[in-house]
Design a binder for this molecule. Structure first.
Ligand code: GLA
Length: 331
């Protein structure tokens, strides 16, 4: 018997000894991808990474969870993935204008890239169509926010002329602008006075930067007793709500409506006493995580490039229905 035959036999019996590990699964064990997110501590992103890891367990590939809170961190995450033998990554970038730099690095390593949530913008200011993307239908979801705000103002019998709108903005991020524009357009169409809309530009997409942005705006307009609050996500709306509380406004004088439907909203709805955080348009972060990871896996293993742009939709979640919506969306 030749050395090769002996070796093959040994390898064969070793793999048989592994029992349940089938041939297909063994072959796919080589597939490894990164899942890089801009805010690894936020519930939305934790859930996306969990969902990606889960689909990897089901289909037989591994997911390396990484944070990339600035350009340097993202580039070293890509180097790290390359040294681990990953064939690609899903990313929600900390700044969409990093797209070209991220793609240069990925191309050097021959890695495939899919974006989730925040879409890369090229040097020409346009979305980078060549990189497959999955994210919210920002404008439509923003319109749902506007409708929810108008409905709740009506339910509370507020006169819009006497209400201030706190619009927490992040205009460098196109999906953020689309979302707040959608909400503003609905408010104005339904008769909300434009001069009562006040901008609070945030530097980041989290609660503390929204709180810092909101505080001075609220204190500059103490003539208003009633406030509505909206932003690109619920974390930011919560920052605005916390700022109104600090300023002494009561929960019944504030209507905040966010976007996401993640742990941040669940915690707020679970409080014994309602706060000014009225609701949030929930989108399935589970779907975002699963679909992007699965799409990248098919691209790596079958050469099938995912669609250029997939948009997901949302459902209004309030204190009254949040558990049902959470279950419907698989959160
Ligand atoms: C952006 C926001 C996140 C979340 C995602 C969803 O990245 O910062 O909070 O809303 O979009 O697409």
């Amino acid at each position: 018997m030749s050395m090769t035959t002996t070796f093959t036999r040994m390898a064969l019996s070793a793999s048989l000894a592994l029992g349940t590990v089938g041939a297909a699964q063994a072959a796919d064990e080589d597939v490894k991808m990164g899942f890089i997110v801009k805010k690894p501590e936020q519930a939305w992103f934790i859930n996306e990474q969990d969902a990606a890891t889960q689909v990897g367990e089901e289909l037989g590939f591994s997911v390396v969870r990484l944070g990339g809170e600035d350009g340097q961190e993202v580039l070293s995450a890509i180097d790290n993935l390359n040294s681990q033998g990953a064939q690609g990554f899903v990313i929600c970038p900390p700044d969409v204008r990093l797209g070209p730099a991220i793609m240069n690095r990925a191309n050097e390593y021959g890695m495939k890239v899919v974006t989730v949530d925040d879409r890369f913008v090229g040097g020409d200011g346009e979305p980078m169509e060549e990189v497959p993307h999955l994210g919210m239908s920002g404008y439509k979801i923003g319109q749902q926010v506007g409708e929810a705000l108008v409905a709740e103002m009506g339910a509370r019998g507020w006169d819009p002329q006497e209400v201030a709108a706190l619009r927490i903005t992040n205009n460098e991020l196109p999906t953020a602008k689309a979302r707040t524009d959608g909400a503003t357009d609905v408010l104005l169409e339904l008769g909300f006075p434009e001069e009562n809309v006040f901008d609070a530009p945030q530097q980041n997409t989290d609660t503390s930067s929204a709180f810092s942005a909101a505080s001075p705006v609220i204190s500059q307009h103490e003539e208003f007793d009633h406030w509505i609050i909206y932003a690109l996500n619920e974390e930011s709306v919560l920052g605005g709500v916390r700022a109104t509380e600090q300023y002494g406004l009561e929960a019944e004088d504030v209507i905040g409506v966010g976007i996401n439907g993640s742990g941040a909203a669940f915690a707020e709805f679970s409080r014994e006493n309602p706060t000014g955080f009225h609701g949030t348009v929930a989108v399935s972060s589970t779907k975002h995580g699963r679909e992007t990871a699965e799409n990248l896996y098919r691209w790596i293993t079958e050469g099938e490039k995912p669609p250029a742009n997939t948009e997901t939709s949302g459902t209004l979640m309030t204190r009254d229905n949040w558990q049902d919506v959470r279950d419907q969306l698989g959160l």
